[in-house]
Each structure stands twice: as structure tokens, then as C-alpha cells.
Design a protein around this ligand. Structure first.
Ligand SMILES: Nc1ncnc2c1ncn2[C@@H]1O[C@H](COP(=O)(O)OP(=O)(O)OP(=O)(O)O)[C@@H](O)[C@H]1O
Length: 847
């Protein structure tokens, strides 16, 4: 049993303005409150292992206070060094230091490796981890993904943080690099009191494993007897703070409340431990994560040193008094540090024989004091064994209880899956349904295929030592930048800040049994990696519900697509109807063209008849009238030929002629040609008259008759021309109409064709969507199958767990037997002692 080593360190004044005399008098290892300018003041004076003034370096603090703890850790003792004090009093400076004056952590790391170098008879394995407790949540500083980690306890590892990254290191530089990377992730913040105030407690942990080396023929060999495992914690606590002074609000205020609360619980634990063993009672380690992690260091199996930092300024006198009270209580706490060795059976036997031999020798030497101590030690061991047994029994009970709960949940899951499979079978294809049913049957009957799938992987995301589930983690960077955001709900309003601070500083301890602010952490017995059953089942429920929803959505989509398909078919039919209508109209257009050509040929015939009749009037073929009629007949024929030429393509290709050769030009052209012909006839007749009868006389009988004839012809011609013109206009109108009709038909046809194309495309895309949704549905059913597989794997895993628990119970009963025999042996030894007339020490009582 040894007392915790406690020292006080006074930091230098923050500024020259604040230097208004010294209020603390230091004499050797005593510190007392003095008024400024050496005026004595009444008040307690505190004595500690060491008191370091403003001029003291970190190296000296390390040398005098921490070095022994660190050296002992290399030898197999658990060790803890931590800095405690109000905000801005120099805790981080003490633990981390500066380049010029490295802090305790760096000096300790260096010292550990130096010591290892000089320990030639043992081989070492060092693992390091770095965590912070921020707002009562444990975050891994080596790996930002690992947040909100949980504390567990096991026989092999004691109290440990599950999922915390541990790095195996070979030298001090490697550790320094890791520390630097971890510092980046630590929560710092600015307050009125400190520009870089730690907003979390940090714990740098070194696990030192070692075993003896054996020299066989010059070669180094390891004996496998005993392995020493010690844990060294270097802790930089966040400082207690008075909200009125720090001016904290929002996030800072919340942080401050958490800091004050956990420091108050630490104070309560120290208080309880500082009381005599009889008054002590329940120690509230479980009230905060900090005290839970530091449990072995506080009154347990560890060597511990505490450096309490204080600020010299007048404004901090009250806080300094509080820190000194904490330090003086801590001074009264005793620990029981032992070398931690894991022994093999052979080594255990050897060790016990040695112990018995030692006892015998001591008995022979009749050193009563030594014997008393030994008996006390044995008694303590016995008590520890008893405690362990009780703990194991409790854990077993809890495990059985949770096993029952798990089984219940599993049954519920089965029912849900069956419901889901029914749903699938009613909505999905028969094939899928059959697969699911078959699988369910297999699942219930427990085919060997299950066990294969179990071994593959743990789909439940069971938290393991190195792999924490990513989905569980909220990246620090996501919230640390947001002012006013804190991942914890504010539940501390009733206990935090001023009141807490005052309680802490007055040394007032609230009723510990009534403080149950943090929920008691449930045991995770036997297997630290076992998932919480309720959480796993909830996850299953969610997954199943999700799958069900997705299936419903897929079915809905499928229905929607089928509806669209039906609409598409209707549209298609409509389009086909319109197309046949269009074809009918096109046929009608063709018929119109035929009728047109017919009426044209009849017109041509009428015209030919009229022309032949006119030609019949004058028998002289060479007379100017006959010539004129011939010209007119030619013109008429040309006109009809042009009309025929225009109509032919309409009948053959159903295409229209271009605008530049429209029929509208022809009447003018024909009129011109006719006028030319008449002029020609007139000039011919004039020249003929002058040749035969000399100069013309206006009243000559032959001339007059000719003129009359000409006028009649002209009149007849004009009449014929008008008839032809009328017919031509009529035909042209008819042609224009049918052209327009054709144009419209063409337009409509093109529009319908486009519509048809668009609808076809839409139909294609709908078909695509249908196939995609079918795929989705099959994917969903596949996923469901996977979930079923996973579930069966989990069932199997739980069976294994049960099996292991059984084995564990057997091992436990063996151990109990061993304890009983040990107890018997001890009893017989005592009886032997009594028989040899040595009085049994009073402190020892039979169990
Ligand atoms: N012994 C010392 N020598 C020189 N400077 C010091 C010493 N102790 C503390 N300081 C300075 O005082 C300031 C506050 O110190 P530090 O940040 O270590 O306080 P803290 O107790 O860790 O505060 P918090 O709890 O807010 O994190 C820093 O600027 C630090 O450099």
C-alpha cells in the first residue's frame, strides 16, 4: 500500500500588470496563503510531496515527481500521472511543454525507451493510444473516425475503451510523431482566461508488455512463463472554470459544464478514497468516464502521481484554494500497486511453491510483523478472488438475461420475415417467392450451409477492436466548426457551472449516492466484441422495414408503368386510325387528279372540234384567216399540252410542280401569242393588198370585205379564247384546290408520322423502365435473401456464444474449486500456525 504522490506547481504571472505581490508562501514542501507584502493571514497551510515555484522547469518536475512512476511502469506496475488545476494554471504546459522545455509526456516516453534499452534481460512490446473525453464522450485522437467509444471491462484486459486505435511503436520518435498527429484532433477553444484552453480531458496511454529473455547457447530465447503487462496513463485534464470569469456561452458554456461536472466527480472519488476504509462505502467511479478510465489509478492497482497547478494572481485565490484542498485530499489516497503478470499454469505452480517456501522460512524466522503483512496480503487476494467471482456471477446472470431477450427478438424477427416473404410472394414473381420459401424452410431446419455463411463475415457490424462502424461515427469536422452545436443534449443545467464550481472549491461533497447523472455502464461480459442484442434487432427491424418499403415502391412503379403502357397502346391505335384516314384522303386526291385529266381531255376534244369547225369556214389554206386559225389551234394545243404536263406528275408522283412554272402565266402568254398572230395576219394581208391592187383605199369593196372578215374572226376568236380562258381558270381552280388538299394531307401525314415516332420512343423508354423496375424488384428480393442469411448467421453466432458461456461456466466452477482448495490450504496453514502456539493476528478473521 502506498500513498499517491502529490505536488503543487505555481505558474509564473501571466503579465507584469497582474504582479501585485505574492499571495502564496512556499517553505520547502509547504504552501500557505499570505496577504500581499508578507502580511500573514490566517488559514491552513498545506504540505505536499513537492512544491514547485514559478522558476521550476518541466524537467525538474518530471525528475522529482513522475520519473519513479514511469520507471516502475517499465517494470510491470501500472502508472498514472496527471495534471489537475483551474483553467490557465499551466496543466497543458506541464504535460506537453514547449520545444525548449519538453513536458512530462515527452520526457516519460523518452525515459521508457531509455529504460528498455538498459533492460537487457527482458524483451518489450509497446503499444500506444491517445484519447480525449469531450463533453462526456470518448474520441480517438489517432483516428478521427473513432468517436463516442464505449468503456468495457474484461478479465483479461481490465477496464478498457473498445475500438480505440493502438499503435505498436519501436522508438520515442515514432511516439512523438503520433502524438503530434493526435494533438491536431484535440478540442481546444478560446476563453477569456486562456487563448488556447483545453476543452477536453486527454489520456495518452502506453501499454508495456515484457517477458524475460533466456540465453541458450549464446542465443537469446524467450521463456514462456510470465508476461508482464502494465498500463501507463499520462493525463492532461481540462481545467475547472468559473463561467463568470471565462465568459463562456453557447458551445463553450456546454463544454465548461461537462468539464466542471466530471472534475467534481473526480473530486468526489478522491474525497471518498481519502476517508478511512470503514467510512468509505461506495466509490462513484461509474459517474463519469474520466473516473471510470482512471479507476485503477485512483485507489487501485497503480502508482499514481498528481501535479496540481495553481495560478499566482490575486483574482485566482479562490480557485487556488479549491485546487489545494483537492490536492490535500488526494494526498491521503492510498494505492496498492503490484507487478501485473500473466502466468501460465506451470509458472503459477512454480510461483505458489516459492511463496509457500517463503512463508515457511518466514514462519521459522518467527517474524510476526512480516507474517501479519503476508496474511493481510493473502486475505486481500482472497477478497479480490471473491469479488471477481461475484462479478462473474453477476455477468453470467446478465448474459443469460440478455440471451433470453435476444431469443425473443429473434422470434419476432422470424415472424416479420415470414410476413415480408408473404408480401413478396403476393406481389413478386412466383420464382422469387419459391426461393424465399425454400430459404425460410432451410433456415428453420438449420442446414449445414448456414454454418459456412457464418464464418465468412459478421454483417451485423459487430464492433471489433480495430474496425468501428463508419455509419456510427459523426465526423468531428462536421460539428466542431459550428458555433452553438454540441453533440450532447444539455442535461446538466441543474448541477453545472457556478454552483458546481463553488461546491468544488469549498470542498463540499454532494451526496454521492444521490448523484447518478451518468447512466451506469452495463457489463459486456465475456466477449467484448459481442454486439448489443437490442441494437442489432432494431437494426434488423429497420432493414426489413426498409426492404418492405422498397418492395412496395417497386410494385407501385411496376403498376404505374403498366398503366402507361396501356395508354401508349391506346395512342398507338388512335395513330393507326389516323394513318388509314390519311391514306383514304390520299386516294381521294389521286381520284381528283384522274377526274381532272379526264375533264382536260374532254376540253381538248371540244377545242379540237371548235378549231376544225372554224378551219372549215375558210377553204383556202393559205388565206390569212386560215393561217390565224392554225396559229390559234397551235396555241390551244400548246396550252393543253402544258396542262397535261402539269397534271401528269400529279397523277404519277403526287408531287406539285414548282412555283416558277405555274399555270397562272399561261393566259397572258397565250394572249400575247394571239395578238402577235393577229398582227402578223394583218401585216400579211396589208402587204398582199399592196402587191395586188396598189395603194389601199378605205372604201375599196375587197378591202372592206376583208376587214369585216377579220373583225368577225377576231370576234369569234375572242369568244373562243374567253371560253378557253374560262375553262382554263376553272381547271386551274380545281387544280389549286386539289394541290392544297394534297399539301394539307402531306402536312397531316408528316405530323402523324412525328407523333408516331415520339410515341414509339416513349413506349421504348417505358419498356426500359419496366425492365429496370423488374430488376430493382429482383434486387430487393436478393437483398432480402441476404438479410435472411445474415439473420441465420447471427442465430448461429448466438448459439456459439451460448456454447462459450457454458464452457465459461465450467471454467468458472473449476476456478471456484481451485479457490476453495486454496482457501482450505490457507486455513490449514493458519491452523498449523496456531498449533505452533503463535497467536493469530487480531485483524485476521475467518471467512
Ligand atoms: N510553468 C510555466 N512557465 C511558463 N509559462 C507557463 C507555465 N505554465 C503555464 N504557462 C503559460 O500559461 C498559459 C496557460 O497555460 P496552459 O494552457 O498550460 O493552462 P491550462 O491549465 O492547460 O489551461 P486550460 O485548462 O484552459 O487548458 C500558456 O500560455 C502557457 O504557456
Amino acid at each position: 500500500m502506498e500513498k499517491i504522490c502529490v505536488a503543487v506547481r505555481v505558474r509564473p504571472y501571466a503579465s507584469e500588470e497582474s504582479m501585485n505581490g505574492s499571495f502564496w508562501k512556499i517553505e520547502d514542501n509547504r504552501i500557505s496563503f499570505h496577504r500581499a507584502h508578507e502580511t500573514p493571514a490566517s488559514g491552513p497551510s498545506y504540505a505536499f510531496d513537492h512544491i514547485f515555484d514559478e522558476s521550476c522547469t518541466n524537467a525538474r518536475v518530471y525528475e522529482l515527481l513522475t520519473k519513479d512512476v514511469i520507471r516502475a511502469a517499465v517494470e510491470g506496475f501500472n502508472g498514472t500521472a496527471f495534471a489537475y488545476g483551474q483553467t490557465s494554471s499551466g496543466k497543458t504546459f506541464t504535460m506537453n511543454g514547449s520545444d525548449a522545455d519538453p513536458g512530462i509526456t515527452r520526457l516519460a516516453v523518452k525515459d521508457v525507451f531509455d529504460k528498455i534499452q538498459t533492460t537487457s534481460d527482458r524483451e518489450f512490446l509497446i503499444r500506444v493510444s491517445y484519447m480525449e473525453i469531450y463533453n462526456e464522450e470518448i474520441n480517438d485522437l489517432f483516428s478521427v473516425e473513432n468517436q463516442k467509444l464505449q468503456i468495457h471491462e474484461s478479465l483479461e484486459r481490465g477496464i478498457f475503451v473498445a475500438g480505440l486505435r493502438e499503435e505498436i511503436v519501436n522508438d520515442a520518435d515514432e511516439v512523438f510523431r503520433l502524438l503530434e498527429s493526435g494533438e491536431v484532433n484535440r478540442h481546444f477553444g478560446e476563453t477569456n482566461m486562456n487563448a488556447q484552453s483545453s476543452r477536453s480531458h486527454t489520456i495518452f496511454r502506453m501499454v508495456i508488455e515484457s517477458r524475460e529473455k533466456e540465453h541458450v547457447m549464446g542465443r537469446e530465447m524467450s521463456t514462456s512463463d510470465a508476461i508482464r503487462v502494465s498500463v501507463l496513463n499520462l493525463v492532461d485534464l481540462a481545467g475547472s472554470e468559473r463561467i463568470a470569469k471565462t465568459g463562456a456561452d453557447g458551445v463553450r458554456l456546454k463544454e465548461g459544464k461537462h468539464i466542471n461536472k466530471s472534475l467534481m466527480i473526480l473530486g468526489n472519488v478522491i474525497n471518498k478514497l481519502s476517508e478511512g476504509a470503514k467510512q468509505r462505502g461506495h466509490i462513484p467511479y461509474r459517474d463519469s468516464k474520466l473516473t471510470r478510465i482512471l479507476q485503477p489509478a485512483l485507489g487501485g492497482n497503480a502508482k499514481t502521481s498528481i501535479i496540481c497547478t495553481i495560478a499566482p494572481e490575486e483574482v485566482h485565490i479562490e480557485e487556488t484554494k479549491g485546487t489545494l484542498q483537492f490536492a490535500s485530499r488526494a494526498k491521503r489516497v492510498t494505492n496498492c500497486a503490484q507487478v501485473n503478470e500473466i502466468l501460465t499454469d506451470a509458472a503459477l505452480l512454480k510461483r505458489q511453491k516459492l511463496e509457500i517456501e517463503e512463508l515457511r522460512q518466514k514462519l521459522q524466522g518467527s517474524h510476526a510483523e512480516v507474517l501479519e503483512k503476508e496474511i493481510l496480503k493473502l486475505r486481500n487476494e482472497m477478497l479480490n478472488y471473491e469479488l471477481e467471482r461475484e462479478k462473474l456471477e453477476m455477468e453470467l446472470k446478465e448474459e443469460r438475461k440478455s440471451q433470453k431477450e435476444r431469443e425473443k427478438c429473434l422470434k419476432e424477427q422470424q415472424i416479420k420475415i415470414e410476413n415480408l416473404s408473404n408480401l413478396v410472394s403476393s406481389s413478386d414473381s412466383d420464382k422469387n417467392s419459391r426461393q424465399v420459401q425454400t430459404y425460410l424452410k432451410e433456415n428453420c431446419s438449420g442446414t449445414p450451409s448456414e454454418s459456412k455463411s457464418i464464418a465468412k463475415d459478421d454483417i451485423f457490424g459487430t464492433p471489433t477492436f480495430r474496425a468501428a462502424p463508419n455509419s456510427f461515427v459523426f465526423k468531428r469536422s462536421n460539428y466542431s466548426g459550428l458555433s452553438g452545436y454540441s453533440p450532447l443534449p444539455d442535461t446538466l443545467s441543474s448541477i453545472a457551472d457556478e454552483e458546481t464550481w463553488l461546491n468544488m472549491n469549498k470542498g463540499y461533497v454532494v451526496d454521492l449516492d444521490s448523484i447518478q447523472m451518468t447512466p451506469v455502464i452495463k457489463h459486456q461480459p465475456y466477449s467484448s466484441s459481442a454486439p448489443k442484442p437490442v441494437a442489432a434487432n432494431e437494426k434488423y427491424d429497420k432493414e426489413l422495414q426498409d426492404l418492405q418499403k422498397r418492395l412496395e415502391i417497386a410494385i407501385q412503379e411496376k403498376k404505374e408503368l403498366e398503366r402507361k403502357n396501356r395508354e401508349q397502346e391506346l395512342l398507338n391505335n388512335q395513330l393507326n386510325n389516323e394513318l388509314s384516314e390519311l391514306r383514304r384522303e390520299a386516294k381521294l386526291g389521286e381520284e381528283i387528279s384522274g377526274r381532272l385529266s379526264k375533264s382536260l381531255s374532254s376540253c381538248k376534244n371540244v377545242y379540237a372540234e371548235v378549231v376544225s369547225n372554224i378551219l372549215g369556214v375558210d377553204s383556202d389554206e393559205k388565206s390569212s384567216l386560215s393561217l390565224l386559225f392554225c396559229g390559234i389551234s397551235d396555241i390551244g394545243n400548246a396550252l393543253f399540252t402544258t396542262l397535261e404536263t402539269h397534271l401528269r406528275p400529279l397523277m404519277e408522283d403526287k408531287k406539285l410542280y414548282s412555283e416558277q412554272c405555274t399555270l397562272r402565266e399561261h393566259p397572258e402568254m397565250l394572249r400575247e401569242r394571239l395578238t402577235n398572230a393577229v398582227t402578223l395576219v394583218a401585216s400579211n394581208s396589208q402587204s398582199a393588198g399592196s402587191e395586188q391592187a396598189g395603194p389601199l383605199c378605205c372604201c375599196g369593196s375587197k378591202d372592206c370585205a376583208l376587214e369585216e372578215e377579220l373583225a368577225t374572226c377576231e370576234g369569234n376568236l375572242a369568244a373562243v379564247f374567253n371560253v378557253v380562258k374560262d375553262k382554263f381558270h376553272g381547271l386551274q381552280k380545281e387544280l389549286d384546290g386539289s394541290n392544297q388538299l394534297l399539301k394539307d394531307c402531306n402536312k397531316k401525314y408528316c405530323g402523324l408520322e412525328n407523333q408516331f415516332r415520339a410515341l414509339k420512343e416513349e413506349k421504348d423508354s417505358l419498356l426500359q423502365a419496366i425492365s429496370e423496375s423488374t430488376q430493382k424488384a429482383s434486387l430487393a428480393s436478393e437483398q432480402k435473401e441476404n438479410v435472411l442469411k445474415d439473420l441465420s448467421a447471427e442465430m448461429q453466432r448466438r448459439k456459439y456464444l451460448e456454447e462459450e458461456i457454458k464452457q465459461f461456466s465450467v471454467a468458472f466452477s473449476v476456478r471456484q474449486n481451485f479457490l476453495l482448495s486454496f482457501h482450505r490450504e490457507l486455513k490449514s496453514k493458519l491452523e498449523r500456525l496456531e498449533a505452533e502456539n503463535k497467536p493469530v493476528p487480531k485483524s485476521f478473521g475467518h471467512k
